[in-house]
Design a protein around this ligand. Structure first.
Ligand SMILES: [Zn+2]
Length: 547
């Protein structure tokens, strides 16, 4: 679906977007009805969102899913993915770090590609590690990516052979395993930068009481140094199985030919005999506010984020889609107010943004309020941020604000619809990864635009205002502070932050007056920002920094 990504990038100065989520795997014989935009206007709310007719999606008898689509951008190229719906969360206690180790071993010898032959083959077709070939392990999933030319069918077939080998034919040569320990320990050492240190402090608090909090993909050094080889192959046997995998191919090729190839190659993988159940990814509720306060010498600016955790909502239905839209309208309206505040002299923060509901692991969703603040003004920024949220909770938005955001949101979809057919293969492939792992709907932009034209006009002010509860309350609230560590700079403690929160939620607040109301929409166009930095953190947390 047209994702928060585009939206978040546009509206947030500093937003954290959480990806991940469970996604109950669909039954083998499930059919995937094709999306027809003409039906979007009348589809019953509780029916499932259909899939883009441009893609072929199916499930083989061994349980493996595939998503295939022809796409001519870039020409003569294809994006291939092997997705394993398992990551560090599945590790046993003696395997901590081995989901990631398995991922490394996939490049150190398989049935058809001894030792470094995969790398040599990819280099022979002009593809290098990074843009041409990549893999990543997170708590919930492991994804292998290949970017290949499509002019020569033999090359494409060989690329699928690599992916099939990864799925069930990794060699695990003892010599190669021993060699790789050093490589991973080095990676472990290098990952100990500011970001890792901060994440080490935040993750156990954000995910308190869950497996996420003590199953970071990088793992435990002592395990990586000493694990017996059996622990590594046990992970591969338990979790690399067809019913937990998907093959994704998007590119400049004939869809039917590639579908036949995938069915033939991956259909021959035997179904798993013993299916270990996926361990719980549940994130327990907590009645009180939790605090993660990090000060680090390498951090250049201070920031504060308030995260509100919520139960998952079903995003696979039309009702779920509408729900996300209401949440986005709320966030957009709040963002405009926050942006207005930053223009004032003596503004309480440098930049601030509200983030709509995003997945947090696979068991919760999170809404955020975040601000970049001046040094020594963390609690002032926090209080201002929560005060604005509280102002909406008490008085609501006004109709003119909602109308403005509706027009803007519609325009965003309109533009995406007008640009249909110009999508690049890589983001489409990534969308299908999410479709597999988190059940994100993929009806195509024509259907989504039709849904927007139906839902956006009918959303009422009362409905949007009712979402204030998503950004308020003490339950399941987490406050994250990141500040530079330096001489003379005071970093507030939890008690100070708690009193800023208490002040914001108990003091007298006046209603908002819409100074822009009645003016033309174009008189005050929002400044389009640019993404200046995107950093990927553990658990699929992505931090966007905008200009
Ligand atoms: Zn690695």
């Amino acid at each position: 679906m047209l994702k928060a990504r585009q939206l978040t990038a546009r509206l947030a100065l500093l937003a954290i977007c959480f990806t991940g989520l469970a996604g109950a795997l669909l039954a083998e014989d499930q059919t995937f009805p094709a999306a027809d935009p003409k039906t979007a206007a009348t589809a019953a709310l509780d029916t499932k969102i259909p899939v883009d007719p441009k893609m072929a999606v199916g499930t083989l008898s061994n349980g493996l899913r595939y998503y295939i689509r022809s796409n001519g951008r870039p020409v003569q190229r294809a994006e291939l993915r092997l997705v394993v719906n398992a990551g560090s969360l599945m590790e046993d206690d003696d395997q901590r770090g081995l989901a990631h180790f398995v991922e490394h071993m996939a490049f150190n010898g398989t049935k058809h590609f001894a030792e470094q032959e995969i790398t040599r083959f990819m280099e022979s077709i002009g593809m290098r590690f990074g843009p041409g070939m990549n893999a990543s392990t997170s708590a919930d999933q492991t994804v292998y990516s290949l970017h290949v030319p499509t002019g020569d069918m033999e090359v494409l077939e060989k690329a699928f052979l690599i992916m099939e080998d990864w799925a069930h034919n990794v060699t695990f040569d003892p010599k190669e395993i021993e060699k790789e320990r050093g490589v991973i320990i080095e990676e472990w050492r290098q990952a100990r930068g500011a970001e890792a240190r901060i994440s080490d402090e935040q993750v156990p608090i954000i995910f308190k009481g869950s497996r996420y909090s003590d199953r970071l993909p990088i793992g435990k050094r002592e395990v990586i140094e000493k694990f017996p080889h059996e622990a590594l192959t046990r992970f591969y046997k338990d979790w690399y199985r067809p019913d937990l995998m998907a093959v994704i191919a998007v590119g400049d090729f004939d869809r039917d030919t590639v579908e036949r190839l995938v069915r033939q190659r991956f259909g021959a993988i035997p179904a798993a005999a013993n299916k270990r159940p996926r361990p719980s990814s549940d994130i327990p509720d907590h009645p009180e506010t939790l605090y993660a306060i990090s000060a680090d010498k390498e951090v250049p600016t201070a920031s504060v984020t308030v995260l509100y955790k919520h139960p998952l909502h079903d995003q696979t239905t039309h009702r779920g889609y509408r729900d996300i839209m209401v949440s986005r309208l709320y966030a957009l309206a709040l963002n405009r107010r926050l942006a207005e505040l930053t223009l004032k002299p003596e503004a309480p923060f440098v930049a601030a943004a509200a983030g709509p509901r995003e997945l947090l692991g696979r068991a919760k969703e999170g809404c955020t309020l975040a601000a970049v603040v001046k040094e020594n003004e963390v609690e002032r920024g926090l209080e201002a941020l929560v005060t604005e949220s509280e102002r909406v909770a008490r008085y609501g938005f006004i109709e003119s604000e909602l109308q403005r955001e509706k027009a803007d949101l519609l325009r965003l979809y309109e533009r995406a619809f007008a640009e249909r057919g110009t999508e690049e293969s890589a983001p489409l492939a990534d969308e299908y990864v999410r479709a597999f792992t988190t059940d994100e709907p993929t009806p195509g932009i024509a259907y989504e635009y039709a849904l927007c034209q139906r839902f956006i006009p009918e959303v009422s002010l009362a409905e949007v205002n009712a979402r204030a509860s998503d950004w308020s309350g003490e339950r399941n609230r987490v406050v994250l502070v990141v500040a530079p560590q330096k001489e003379g700079l005071r970093v507030p403690d939890a008690k100070t932050l708690a009193s800023a929160l208490a002040s914001a939620t108990t003091k007298a607040i006046t209603a908002f007056t819409d100074t822009a109301a009645g003016r033309s929409l174009l008189e005050n166009p929002p400044e389009p920002g640019k993404v200046v930095d995107v950093s990927h953190k553990p658990f699929g947390i992505v931090e966007w920094k905008l200009s």
